[in-house]
Structures are given as structure tokens and as C-alpha cells.
Design a binder for this molecule. Structure first.
Ligand SMILES: [Zn+2]
Length: 444
């Protein structure tokens, strides 16, 4: 199937980051086939369907570098608590009581509905029952990088660290060769994963050529506790284990020091920056401008709805830019173009998919979004199109979304199966889950 998308402006995110006019994009099935003036494309491909996007910017879909999608069901369940109390008093007991294939499917459906409508075409997930998350993402038409997760304590999903890994590998086999499904190894964090398990993870990552996605240096307590228990900071421990390399996607990195940032940059690792979650759990401010200055690749992520509480990449991208400036006292830190890079191509690189997604480039997957610029008096005038995207636009300005060439959002609405499935989940099953949470919390 051939489609020509004809936007007012095109932002490819490849090469110099700038708005272009007078260009349309030809899609052949799931891929970007050509970028040329509309006239050229219609002459060469008269049979193609032309989609006109007046007043809209066409750009790569946003990539959520760190998510626990199923936890959308836990939105608002543990507000105003610091990380360890949030985990120990709310999240872990609730997960022990609740987590199941059905829970993960329903939560991931809700997260995909929220993300797609907000211009996110890919999410990098870490959660139990990854097969259920993949089924939900497929049903909703969203690209997923699912995590083969592991942690040292049992849940309803798995009994021990090795069991988590083998179940994750089984899930990966189940979806082998399926489009829009990708994987990572996702050991939870240094404070919940043993050296022996990390060694297994490293071996698997090398064998299967997968990224390693883990929480790292999220809180000051994590670092202090690691030093008192192991004698070294978490980064040094991971370094001794051989995990600081180009496969590593370190999430948060709030308490990475200068030499740790330099080490991660030198080894080609990436950082997932989740500013709202870091603020809400009072973990601190990740040194993102310093990380970028040292050459570390950065992607932006939302973390879960239990610590955010909305899965909104426009919000995260704007906040990342503003926080970087406030933290350093330098207004030119994380400018709009860099922030957009972190939400698209930088994020794609962080999850090992930059040859497939992250920019509007010939041969890449047609994961695209169109954004209505300045639709009303609230957003007029537009002084600078690029900065407008970061500092003014929000997720309600997303008009259309394509994943692998398939239009999943049109005129701000989910289409077809994804619309029906998300409505059915909200109407029929969310109230049931909420009752079960209240019962479970009452007995905790
Ligand atoms: Zn997380």
C-alpha cells in the first residue's frame, strides 16, 4: 500500500534539526520510501493515497525510553511517598496481591491508549508477564520493546531470578519474528538483583544481542546503602561485573557523579531521563546537561503512572529542558532541538533501535506523528516552530499517529480495534480492579 503524507512542515530529526517546507513523505506499507516535493511523488506514484495535513508538523513518533505500562492501573495509588516507602508500603504488596496476566494486559491497554493519543509510538517496558504486555501493545497498534525482567524475590509471575529470566525468554520465543515487537534484558536494579543474576543477564544479552535496561542511582539512599553493604557505589559494582557498556540503558541516574557520567559516556551506554518521576518521588535532579556534555546518549521516559501520574512525553520533554536550565543556571542547556532529539532519535539509540525508528529517514519504519501548530488563540503567535513544539505544544495537539505505516490515531481519536478495546477496558474492567485494590490495601 502506498500513502503520501503531505504536511505543512516536516521535521525529520536526521542531520541538522530544522523545520522543512515543501516536502511530502511516501510510505510503502510499513516503511518510509521517499521524501520529495508532493508533485514529484504524485507524478511517480499516481495510485498512492494522499493525506493532506495543513497546519501540521509531521515528525517521528515520540519514544518513551522507560515505562512500566501495566502500572497505569495503579495511577494515584501511592502518592506523596518517597521511593522506598512507595515501593515497600504500596507497590510491592499490591503487586504481590494483584499482578497477573489479566492485570498486565488491561494496564498496558490503558497505557497504550494514553501514549498513542499523546504521540508516543514506541515504549520501552519493564514489567512482569511481558507476554501480556506484548499482546496488549499489538492489539492497540503500538510498538513495544518488552523487558525480560528479573528480581530476587518471588511474585505471582515467577519464583526466583532464574525463573523470571526463563519465563521472559519463553515470551520472547512466543513472539519471535512478529512485527513491532522488540526486547531487552531488564534486571530491576542493583539493589534488587544479585551479582550471580547480573552475570546471567550479561551472558544472555551477549548471546541474544539485546540491550540491558535497569534502574540505576535513582536515590541517594540507594548509593549510600550500596556503599555500606558492598563497599562500592552501584556503578563501580556494575563495572566490575562488566555491565557498563554500549548495551546498558541506565534509568534515572539522578545520583551519578561526574566520573560515573564520564565512564558511561566513554563506554557508549545511555541514560533514560524521567524527570517527573524523580521529582514526585523526591529522588532529586538528574544531571542531564552534564551527561550530554560528556557525550552520553540520553532518552526521555515517563516511568509509570504510579509515580508520574500521567504518561505524557510532551510534558516530560518540556520539563527535561526547563529543569536542566534551572539546575545549571545556564539558559542554553538542553535547548528545544536537543530535548526533541532525546525524545526521538536519542531514545531510539538508547533502546538499540536507531536503525529502525527515531527519525523520518528513507528505509526506516513509518512511525510518525502530526501535530497541529497554533490551532487557536491560546497558542498564537508562533515565534519559532521548533521551540513551539517543546515549550507550547502539548499532547492534545497530536492529530494523527502512524505506527509501521498504519494510522492508529486520526483527528485525535484512536481508531477501530484500539478504540473499542480501550473503551471496553475503561468501562468494564477498571472499576473491578479498583475494588480489588481497595480490598487488597485494606488487608495490607
Ligand atoms: Zn521505573
Amino acid at each position: 500500500m502506498l500513502q503520501i503524507l503531505n504536511p505543512e512542515w516536516l521535521l525529520t530529526m536526521q542531520g541538522a534539526i530544522r523545520m522543512e517546507t515543501g516536502l511530502a513523505v511516501l510510505l510503502e506499507n510499513d516503511k518510509i520510501k521517499a521524501i520529495e516535493p508532493l508533485e514529484t511523488l504524485t507524478q511517480q506514484h499516481p495510485q498512492a493515497t494522499v493525506v493532506h495535513l495543513p497546519g501540521e508538523v509531521l515528525m517521528p513518533g515520540l519514544i518513551n525510553t522507560h515505562a512500566h505500562a501495566a502500572m497505569n492501573l495503579f495511577r494515584g495509588i501511592g502518592d506523596d511517598l518517597p521511593l522506598m516507602r512507595w515501593l515497600q508500603e504500596r507497590i510491592w504488596p499490591l503487586e504481590a496481591a494483584m499482578v497477573s496476566d489479566e492485570f498486565v494486559f488491561d494496564g498496558t491497554v490503558l497505557a497504550c491508549a494514553e501514549m498513542l493519543a499523546g504521540g508516543v509510538t514506541t515504549f520501552n517496558d519493564m514489567y512482569f508477564f511481558p507476554a501480556a504486555a506484548v499482546r496488549a501493545a499489538q492489539a492497540m497498534g503500538c510498538r513495544i520493546a518488552a523487558g525480560i525482567t528479573t528480581i530476587e524475590f518471588p511474585t505471582a509471575y515467577a519464583s526466583d531470578a532464574a525463573d523470571y529470566l526463563s519465563k521472559g525468554l519463553e515470551a520472547r520465543d512466543q513472539f519471535k519474528g512478529e512485527a513491532n515487537v522488540h526486547w531487552s534484558l531488564a534486571p530491576h536494579a542493583p539493589y534488587t538483583v544479585s551479582d550471580a543474576t547480573f552475570k546471567d543477564v550479561l551472558k544472555l544479552a551477549d548471546q541474544l544481542d539485546l540491550p540491558i535496561h535497569l534502574h540505576l542511582a535513582e536515590t541517594a539512599h540507594e548509593v549510600e546503602d550500596a556503599v555500606s553493604r558492598t563497599g562500592v557505589r552501584p556503578v563501580e559494582r556494575l563495572n566490575q561485573l562488566g555491565l557498563i557498556n554500549e548495551r546498558l540503558l541506565a534509568v534515572h541516574g539522578v545520583h551519578l557523579n561526574e566520573s560515573e557520567l564520564a565512564l558511561l559516556a566513554l563506554r557508549g551506554a545511555s541514560l533514560a531521563h524521567c524527570p517527573t518521576s524523580n521529582l514526585k518521588l523526591a529522588s532529586g535532579f538528574a544531571p542531564v546537561a552534564q551527561a550530554l556534555e560528556k557525550g552520553l546518549n540520553v532518552g526521555i521516559g515517563t516511568d509509570s503512572a504510579a509515580s508520574n501520574n500521567k504518561i505524557d512525553m510532551f510534558h516530560e520533554t518540556r520539563l527535561a529542558s526547563l529543569l536542566a536550565k534551572g539546575l545549571s543556571g545556564k539558559a542554553d542547556d538542553l535547548p528545544a532541538a536537543t530535548a526533541l532529539h532525546c525524545a526521538t532519535l536519542g531514545a531510539a539509540k538508547a533502546i538499540g533501535l536507531d536503525d529502525l525508528i527515531g527519525s523520518v529517514s528513507i528505509g526506516k519504519q513509518a512511525d510518525l506523528i502530526s501535530i497541529r501548530i497554533a490551532k487557536d488563540a491560546c497558542t498564537q503567535p508562533v515565534g519559532n516552530l521548533l521551540s513551539h513544539l517543546v515549550y507550547v505544544a502539548d499532547r492534545t495537539d497530536v492529530q494523527s499517529v502512524w505506527v509501521a505505516g498504519s494510522r492508529v490515531v486520526e483527528n485525535r481519536q484512536l481508531r477501530g480495534r484500539s478504540s473499542a478495546l480501550s473503551q471496553e477496558t475503561v468501562l468494564n474492567r477498571v472499576p473491578l480492579w479498583q475494588t480489588r485494590f481497595q480490598d487488597a490495601l485494606g488487608s495490607i
